[in-house]
Design a protein around this ligand. Structure first.
Ligand SMILES: [Fe+2]
Length: 230
């Protein structure tokens, strides 16, 4: 496959890297969980529920902000994606059902339900990874053919500005550790220039500082020209 060495604005790249990291980490945790440990299981299931809510909301953001733009320039191009999103909805319901069953299961039944949850989640992750791959290899180039980088950036900032402050921090905590230093710096430099100062500073203190390794955080602070202690 040819590789574009002068890449254009990638609307999917950062958030999809964040989702992949979070889903992979959860898959590992569910696979190695001791479902007899009630406290650890409750914590794991709360984290899983929170991640599934973010994954579900991400689909809604694409449907509200990206698909209408895509359809306006390339009619029909969003239909396969919408179909895949509807299929994801079925998976979200199946996972919610397994989580609820595990929460009330008798001790003897917990390992079997936990394993069923592991398998169901692995299938969702596989399907979501394939879906995101299609978005980045098929839909992304199509968007780049029909929109300028500035248009695409405006669509992405439209999504970001539709989030509550808490949602914004939750997505930034997924994305920042998953991105390359250069991608991270570009995203936050854009935010520093365009977002309200309090929102930018919340991202630095509540997402970047706690989620990045000390040397990555220090490099980011230097790159952004911030006078902060690392
Ligand atoms: Fe999608």
């Amino acid at each position: 496959m040819p590789i574009d060495t002068a890449p254009r604005y990638d609307i999917y790249g950062g958030i999809h890297k964040g989702l992949r990291l979070a889903l992979a980490h959860l898959l590992l945790r569910i696979g190695s969980a001791d479902f007899a440990d009630l406290r650890a299981t409750a914590e794991l299931l709360a984290d899983l529920r929170a991640q599934l809510a973010l994954s579900r909301a991400h689909l809604a953001h694409e449907e509200a902000h990206i698909h209408p733009a895509l359809e306006s320039r390339a009619p029909g191009a969003g239909q396969r994606l919408e179909h895949q999103h509807r299929h994801h909805e079925v998976r979200f319901e199946e996972l919610a059902d397994l989580i609820a069953r595990l929460e009330v299961a008798q001790p003897g039944a917990r390992p079997a339900i936990g394993h069923a949850l592991y398998l169901a989640f692995s299938l969702f992750v596989a399907e979501d990874f394939a879906h995101m791959h299609e978005e980045e290899t098929v839909t992304g180039p199509l968007l780049q053919a029909h929109f300028t980088d500035a248009d695409l950036q405006a669509i992405e900032f439209g999504i970001i500005s539709s989030l509550t402050p808490e949602e914004n921090i939750a997505y930034m905590r997924l994305m920042l550790p998953a991105m390359t230093p250069a991608e991270r710096l570009a995203l936050l430099a854009g935010m520093k220039a365009g977002a309200p100062a309090e929102a930018f500073s919340a991202v630095i203190e509540l997402a970047a500082r706690p989620m990045l390794a000390a040397h990555d955080f220090a490099a980011l602070v230097r790159g952004l020209g911030l006078g902060l202690a690392a």
